[in-house]
Design a protein around this ligand. Structure first.
Ligand SMILES: CC(C)CCC[C@@H](C)[C@H]1CC[C@H]2[C@@H]3CC=C4C[C@@H](O)CC[C@]4(C)[C@H]3CC[C@]12C
Length: 415
């Protein structure tokens, strides 16, 4: 169905070669990259928020653990299990990484998981377009475990595409003994491998952190092929009481695409005797996200809004792709001009940008993981927080149908 890279390279007059040249001189805004057709995905970045919770029971598990250090370990374990979905699922599914659709302001992706963990609700919204930023909120109804966060990307070119993630996530774990735990999570940097061969895939770089209000910090180090372990997608992680990096309580090692092992104590003592757990994604199938059928969705929901583009991509009709994308882009441009003239801004449906006052979570935990108090708000269009009042309002408002839906689709998406 899709044109393999080699063919496209040979057939389309050096489409891939021209693309490689163009990225060598681009400005850092990934959404401005014009990629050759075969690398286009019909999935929008707003959908990527679901990667945080493809194992809802692992997500919710910390709520049932009474020991604070073990709770922090379960949070670290959950975070590590999400990496495979986040960063390798497209290459595993299609044979290579693809260029996702660039969401429009106000784009929504809504869904839920129903499984052994009960109901877990996903809300994802494009909260900024210049710069592009996506915010999400995921709540497990049974335990009250809740993740919220937002992210943007800053890319640079040096040998390949290097992506720094801007933004962070906050996990709240209710506890039976008083105050809920708050975990502040930072995001890894990544780069694209395999570019010159026309089969791009992701490798993670550097470190990321999880630090908690109950006094534990986890540091995760990423490395690829030809570095330390020599295997691609490698990771090591340590969990320690905040400020005492030498007092390693647990350590993790393995590959984020394959298996990883958790041992108690520092890595130098690792043996079968202190193995706490081995995580094998092959033994832990992901839970299926339930999304409303397209004709029952809100006109701004991702799969409904991009449906014509997605169909055209699947058929390989790239002139139609271009026409349909342009309709959305120009309707959006006009909407922004209109808003400006009327002195208003687009009302986000589920999130609100915090005012300039210091954010309580970032003030308390940010310094431990090198995150600024203002959350790099200038690079994400704001410091975005889930707004439960707005959400309640959205939940009680019926999804527009008929003429009302048609009017919205026309005005906002040019459809
Ligand atoms: C495929 C090549 C040629 C084109 C470049 C595509 C770029 C725009 C793609 C490739 C991989 C993508 C990343 C893959 C995974 C994630 C994790 C998710 O939680 C936030 C978005 C983020 C960080 C994506 C941002 C966009 C991204 C960097």
């Amino acid at each position: 169905m899709e044109t393999p890279p080699q063919q496209a390279q040979a057939g389309a007059g050096g489409g891939w070669g021209a693309f490689l040249k163009s990225i060598a001189s681009f400005n850092g805004d990934l959404s401005s990259l014009t990629a050759p057709p075969f690398i286009l995905s019909s999935t929008s970045l707003t959908e990527f928020s679901s990667y945080w919770c493809e194992h809802p029971s692992v997500f919710a598990a910390p709520a049932k653990e009474s020991d604070p250090a073990k709770r922090a370990l379960l949070v670290l374990k959950w975070f590590l299990t999400t990496l495979k979905q986040q960063y390798a699922s497209r290459s595993e599914q299609y044979g290579n990484e693809k260029k996702p659709l660039n969401p429009f302001l106000g784009e929504l992706f809504l869904g839920k998981w129903e499984d052994g963990a009960g109901t877990t609700e996903l809300i994802s919204e494009q909260v900024s377009h210049h710069p592009p930023a996506t915010a999400y909120n995921i709540t497990n109804a049974t335990t009250g475990v809740r993740l919220e966060g937002y992210n943007a990307q800053k890319a640079s070119f040096s040998k390949t595409i290097n992506v720094k993630q801007i933004g962070h996530a906050v996990l709240t774990v209710p506890s039976s003994s008083g105050e809920p735990d708050t975990y502040l999570i930072t995001l890894p940097s990544l780069h694209i491998e395999g570019l010159v061969f026309g089969s791009p895939f992701i490798e993670l770089d550097g470190s990321s952190y999880i630090t908690s209000s109950n006094g534990f910090t986890a540091k995760v180090d990423y490395s690829g092929k030809g570095w330390l372990s020599g295997k691609k997608n490698s990771l090591t992680a340590v969990l320690y009481p905040t400020g005492k990096e030498k007092d390693v309580l647990f350590n993790v090692s393995g590959q984020w695409t394959k298996t990883f092992e958790i041992h108690s104590g520092p890595a130098k003592h690792n043996s079968a005797g202190n193995l706490v757990e081995l995580w094998d994604p092959a033994q832990n199938p992901t839970s299926n996200l339930i999304v409303a059928p397209i004709d029952e969705q809100h006109p701004l929901e991702s799969r409904r809004a991009w449906n014509k583009v997605a169909v055209a991509i699947a058929k390989g009709e790239f002139d139609v792709v271009h026409v349909e994308k342009s309709k959305i882009e120009s309707a959006q441009r006009e909407m922004r001009i209109k808003e400006k003239a009327e002195g208003r801004t687009w009302e986000r449906r589920y999130f609100t940008a915090s005012p300039d006052s210091p954010d309580p979570v970032l003030t308390r935990l940010g310094p431990i993981v090198n995150l600024a108090e203002h959350g790099d708000a200038d690079k994400t269009g704001g410091l975005w927080r889930f707004d439960s009042q707005k959400s309640a309002q959205a939940h009680s408002t019926p999804v527009p149908t008929g003429d009302e839906a048609a009017k919205l689709a026309k005005e906002l998406l040019g459809q």
